[in-house]
Design a protein. Structure first.
Lengths: 153, 137
């Protein structure tokens, strides 16, 4: 999945300045079509296959979220506190999302894959590098949720 | 190019990740709090399915749709890139609750604010390309 980020950079012309993006991204066009299908699938699932009972997370988790000021799911996939319409008026919230994206984009390319490439297909194929990356994913996630969230919320 | 098959695979991927709630920020938070088996169940089921599929492909030497042998390349050797890259990815994954697949799926679902995450992810990918040769791998 994360390879598509590289393809899109190349599509937008990054290959002229940075050689990493001067590659045969057109051979990855099929992957971009998978992404297009996934976007349609997401639209279909959220608009025609969902109801208010969705995302019934552990009540204990809801209490933890309440303490840091994040609204309970109540059928929503994403919290309004982070992804709601106010984002478009709050540079701070915009930067929060962009910064998260930068970590995802940089980290997945540095590690050579994301959840799909390492956690799912890499581990399925018994790849030791993928195991290292997945352990890294979890250490990073645990640090963020348990050590950094209490500081930023 | 016959693109329909890719579109279909993507469609199923999008529906499954949405309905299993793997695209939900809440589920990622819950996972990193060890409050539920939900995400671990999804990931482990996916890996188990993958193991069976890859073993079948390798042992029966299955061919792809064009009749060519299926080759699954091994990951490059390395240490630093996997630990540090993985760690940075994990920080981002937990912060905005989405990995690259769900970023696209959520935007397709109409969550426009996730566009900022995509912008950041493209920018992060670009930064990597820019500094790649100076990083230890």
């Amino acid at each position: 999945m994360s390879t598509n980020l590289r393809s899109i950079c190349s599509f937008m012309g990054a290959g002229k300045r940075v050689s990493f993006f001067d590659w045969d991204w057109k051979s990855q066009r099929w992957n971009l079509v998978v992404v297009a299908g996934a976007m349609v699938g997401g639209y279909f699932a959220t608009h025609f296959l969902s109801d208010v009972s969705n995302v019934s997370i552990n009540p204990v988790t809801i209490q933890k979220l309440q303490k840091i000021g994040i609204d309970a799911p109540q059928g929503k996939l994403l919290p309004d506190a982070i992804f709601g319409a106010e984002v478009f008026h709050s540079p701070q919230k915009m930067l929060f999302l962009i910064f998260g994206g930068v970590l995802i984009g940089f980290g997945s390319r540095y590690a050579g894959g994301c959840t799909s490439g390492h956690a799912i297909t890499g581990l399925s194929n018994f790849q030791l590098p993928s195991l290292k990356a997945v352990i890294g994913f979890f250490i990073g996630g645990l640090i963020m949720v348990n050590l950094i969230f209490p500081l930023i919320f | 190019m016959n693109l329909i098959k890719y579109l279909l695979v993507g469609f199923v991927f999008g529906v499954v990740l949405t309905k299993s709630e793997a695209v939900s920020w809440y589920r990622i938070y819950e996972m990193f709090q060890f409050d539920s088996f939900h995400m671990y169940g999804i990931i482990m089921t996916a890996i188990a399915t993958g193991v069976v599929g890859i073993q079948l492909i390798k042992r029966k030497q299955l061919k792809d749709i064009k009749g060519l042998p299926i080759e699954i390349l091994d990951k490059e050797r390395g240490t630093f890139r996997y630990w540090i890259g993985g760690l940075l990815f994990g920080l981002g994954w937990a912060l905005v609750g989405s990995c690259p697949g769900p970023i696209f799926i959520l935007i397709g679902s109409g969550f426009m604010s996730v566009g900022f995450v995509l912008f950041g992810a493209l920018f992060g990918t670009y930064i990597y390309g820019f500094v790649k040769d100076k990083l230890p791998h």
